[in-house]
Ligand binder design. Sequence first.
Ligand code: FPP
Length: 255
Amino acid sequence: MSFKGLDRNRLPRHVAIIMDGNGRWAKLRGKSRIEGHRRGRASVRAVVEMSRRLGIPYLSLYAFSAENWLRPKDEVSALMSLLEHYLTVEEPKMMRHGIRLLAIGDKDRLPATVQCTLERTIEATKENKHLTVILALSYSGRSDIVRTVQEIAAKVKEGEYAPEDIDETLISAHTETGSLPDPDLLIRTSGEMRISNFFLWQIPYTELYVTPILWPDFRDKEYLQALTEFQRRQRRFGRTDEQIAKNIPRTDRSQ
Ligand code: FPP
């Protein structure tokens, strides 16, 4: 695979992906939605492997939203077993390639067997250094903010912080992604122009890339295209072109 046109020194540090379109992919082929998710899992493998090869340090995948619990029961359980199977099969590969797994979201709602497999994989991979894959499971951006506010409010009540200590850095540190840099690039497949309650606090200056490609068709070539497009963007972080030319530093806190 050629990386022509891609500047390896200007890759995003953190890529986040809303993997959408498995159902439509399946419908177009007269297959079950579950078959769409199964093919989607192969795309997950592709972006994880490519991120590792390129040296992108953080990759967040919106695998299951808090709202996805409302889907038909058999689809939810198929997604859970795909996830469990994925973790079991991929763990040795994660170890070989130095990939660390993290999970964000309301994990308590996941079936006990999935929680168990997830915890085992997180524990086994915790010292791996090359790439961190963050799976968003039963995740809701707003719930993350609500929980963060509750946690900070409790600390204020206990006297650990004064209200005026609350700033962007403190809030960021209390979100579920507190230890990670904000995403530089957010990819959404299947053409929908929405954030769908994924990262909300974390994306003030994230570059958005929406492609009509359905998730099961999003593989190496499509990922490299998204990264090439990212490199074409001029990230101003609120500054003018002139200020950028003069190297005037960013003042936003999302660095
Ligand atoms: C959206 O397609 C996709 C999902 C809800 C789940 C993503 C799951 C996978 C890629 C499979 C397994 C995941 C891992 C991490 C191994 P959709 O069903 O909303 O598609 P539609 O909008 O066309 O109906």
